[in-house]
Design a protein around this ligand. Structure first.
Ligand code: ADP
Ligand code: ADP
Ligand code: MG
Length: 663
């Protein structure tokens, strides 16, 4: 076996590969840019090599630097992770030329599959069912219109070299093609340095189902069943699971056989993924093949018990696979939630900054009560205090749950998300929790338009359900009693609890660490026990009527702001007299920000496009802010005359910073 492997990547995947190498007794070398000098991967690696400035184009993407690092440290092989150089055939070839083993497929397979047009040709020849369309390059807009009309609207215009959800656009009409074709072409040119475009049928509200394949250098290829990744925003995956709730045995076998046939057709000899879109009727069409480890590979590991990084290393070393298709079976159900540094309440815009608090759920087995349970796995490359920088993917971690059944895995994910505490930047945990609680998600009726269908106006949190109101009430009362006791206050029994605008009278009794809360209005008693909290702690854990829950708590001017999953409310615990007064107080108004343009996230001002005295119409561009390599165009929400301009091109701005004021 190899004795030393270099990891040409960063973040959680660098850590993930190190863990497997350690278990296999292989030494690791991690390369790092200026931005990653203090990262967890660098801390865990046996050796490290500095490779330059933060921008990937000056560090992680520079082939010479990676090759030099291998030669300098004597690493015999390179694991590229995903993104960066992982699907770069010329890099794989370079490694081979230098006598370094590339832990991934052979360059020929990458070349054949890394390009969407080429891969569709191969797929068609291998008998794989493809999305109907034109398998070839589009010359110009007129050609694009002719092909689109042959295929029939809606169509999808795609960059052949595209990836990561970029270089894709739907067209519903001739006009959409006229606008969309040049747009995709220029995006493809600037993002991938390759402006070849093709067009295929747009399958309306399909499901994204992909097959994991694994090959060795001896001609063996198996598939490790499917993953469903239909929960997407901007064509990017957010929640994935294995297996898929859609498939039956026959469809699974048919998709698996096609994926294996395609892999064999290109002599595939590593881990890879064949992606399909599927109709609700279980028809399925080939999309593309990803010739690398996939971000969401942990869910496959959880249902098969295999370590895909280990399998890639063994295949690259030349070992024959130790098992065949008939040895593989699906065990239970696994779900992955991508925890992103993005603000779900603001159109999922990136939210970079420092992880002031980072407290993930405990990995391993957990109980769901009544004999049920779930397993938590959290793949992360960060620690408390680390910075999520604007240079790379804004993913914080990948939280997975496993359980014997899908619903138990969903419930386990819900609980694990409750137990995940992050402060310092915006994150999508409340959003992910909202999805876990939706009846449509629980019943497995998924589609790639799920997020748009279910959150047409964006995400604004949810209002507490009856059970969540009970949880917020009980937690609020327990915390309030602890705080008043500490302050030497009287231990009264009767309280009025406000959850948002709703209030109810509660009679409290405590015996042997168990709080009984009698809710007067609806004549019920709640039992709260096992409280794990003290003033200042951000997570409050307890059991309500026997069921474990966790809420996150922030102190407010009076009372607390408590969040359970996606439901957040201000909770006030008052004596009946104070409650009477409280009810009579006028509500405080929020500051009027309608005449201001506020930065939606921390970032760099690329351009300020207005000046003092200028009249700006609704929808007009005010400025452009770059964060996480995304340029965000900030537009005026209404007409107005610019009174103050507080930022200029080149400035760094914080979230909520005022950029422009109107008169
Ligand atoms: P998966 O199918 O595994 O979810 P994605 O296609 O979303 O993979 O990409 C995986 C990772 O690689 C992401 O971090 C994404 O940002 C990055 N990535 C993929 N393709 C490209 C590309 N062409 N350019 C830049 N980054 C890419
Ligand atoms: P990438 O390389 O960016 O991952 P894909 O071709 O895999 O690009 O497409 C990304 C996502 O876009 C898919 O998961 C799917 O949700 C959607 N998509 C792509 N092609 C189609 C299509 N022809 N019809 C409907 N949805 C599509
Ligand atoms: Mg894809």
């Amino acid at each position: 076996m190899f004795s030393k492997i270099l990891i040409a990547n960063r973040g959680e995947i660098a850590v993930r590969v190190i863990k497997t190498c350690r278990r296999m007794g292989i030494k690791t070398v991690v390369v790092y840019s200026e931005a990653d000098a203090d990262s967890l991967g660098v801390e865990m690696a046996d050796e490290t090599v500095f490779i330059g400035p933060a921008p990937a184009s000056e560090s992680y993407l520079v082939q010479d630097k990676i090759i030099a690092a291998c030669l300098q440290t004597g690493a015999q092989a390179v694991h590229p992770g995903f993104g960066f150089l992982s699907e770069n055939a010329s890099f794989a070839q370079r490694c081979a030329d230098e006598g370094i083993v590339f832990i991934g497929p052979n360059p020929g397979a990458i070349r054949a599959m890394g390009d969407k047009i080429e891969s569709k040709k191969f797929a068609e020849a291998a008998g794989v069912s493809c999305v109907p369309g034109h398998i070839g390059e589009i010359d110009d807009t007129a050609h694009a219109i002719r092909i689109s009309e042959e295929i029939g609207y809606p169509v999808m215009i795609k960059a052949s070299a595209g990836g990561g959800g970029k270089g894709i656009r739907v067209a519903h009409s001739r006009q959409d093609v006229e606008e969309g074709f040049p747009a995709v072409r220029s995006e493809a040119k600037s993002s991938f340095g390759d402006d070849r475009i093709f067009i295929e049928k747009f399958i309306t509200s399909p499901r994204h189902i992909e097959i994991q394949v694994l090959g060795d250098k001896h001609g063996n290829v198996v598939h490790l069943f499917e993953r469903e990744c239909s929960i997407q925003r901007r064509n990017q995956k957010v929640i994935e699971e294995a297996p898929s709730p859609l498939l039956d045995e026959a469809t699974r076998a048919a998709m698996g056989a096609q994926a294996v046939a395609l892999a064999k057709a290109v002599n595939y000899d590593s881990a890879g993924t064949v992606e399909f879109v599927a109709g609700q009727d279980k028809s399925f069409y080939f999309l593309e093949m990803n010739t690398r480890l996939q971000v969401e590979h942990p869910v496959t590991e959880l249902i098969t018990g295999l370590d895909l990084v280990e399998q890639m290393i063994r295949s690259a070393f030349g070992e024959a696979m130790a098992f065949g298709q008939k040895d593989l079976k699906i065990n239970g159900w696994a779900i992955e939630s991508r925890i992103y540094a993005e603000d779900p309440y603001r159109k999922f815009l990136p939210s970079i900054g420092r992880l002031v608090r980072y407290d993930p759920p405990v990995e391993g087995e957990h109980s769901l009560g009544e004999g049920g349970g779930y397993v938590v796995r959290n793949d992360a490359g960060v620690r408390e205090g680390d910075e999520i920088s604007m240079f790379y993917d804004p993913m914080i971690s990948k939280l997975c749950s496993w359980a014997p059944t899908r619903l138990a895995a969903v419930d386990g994910m819900g609980r694990a998300l409750e137990d995940f505490h992050i402060e310092g930047l915006g994150h999508n945990i409340p959003f992910l929790a909202a999805v876990m609680d939706q009846e449509r998600f629980r019943s497995g009726k998924l589609s790639t338009s799920y997020i748009v269908d279910e959150f047409p106006d964006g995400f604004a949190g949810t209002t507490p359900t009856a059970l969540q109101s009970d949880i917020l009430t009980a937690a609020g009362v327990a915390m309030h009693r602890m705080m008043t006791k500490r302050a030497g206050g009287s231990d009264r029994r009767d309280w009025v609890v406000f959850v948002g605008h709703d209030s109810r009278r509660v009679d409290v009794d405590e015996a042997g660490g168990v709080l009984s809360l009698y809710l007067e209005g609806d004549d019920r008693t709640l039992t709260l026990e096992g409280v794990d909290w003290r003033p200042g702690k951000a997570l409050f854990r307890a059991r309500l009527n026997g069921a474990a829950f966790t809420v996150s708590v922030a102190a407010a001017a009076e009372g607390f702001v408590i969040r359970h999953r996606a439901a957040k409310a201000k909770v006030l615990v008052l004596s009946p007299n104070s409650a009477d007064l409280h009810g009579k107080l006028p509500e405080k108004k929020a500051a009027d920000t309608s005449k201001m343009i506020i930065s939606p996230m921390p970032g760099l001002v690329v351009s300020m496009d207005v000046e003092v005295g200028q009249t700006v119409r609704e929808g007009e561009v005010v400025c452009v802010i770059e964060a996480m390599k995304m340029q965000n165009i900030i537009r005026a929400e209404r007409e107005g005359v610019v009174k103050v301009v507080s930022a200029k091109g080149g400035d760094s701005v914080a979230a909520d910073e005022v950029l422009v004021e109107f008169g």
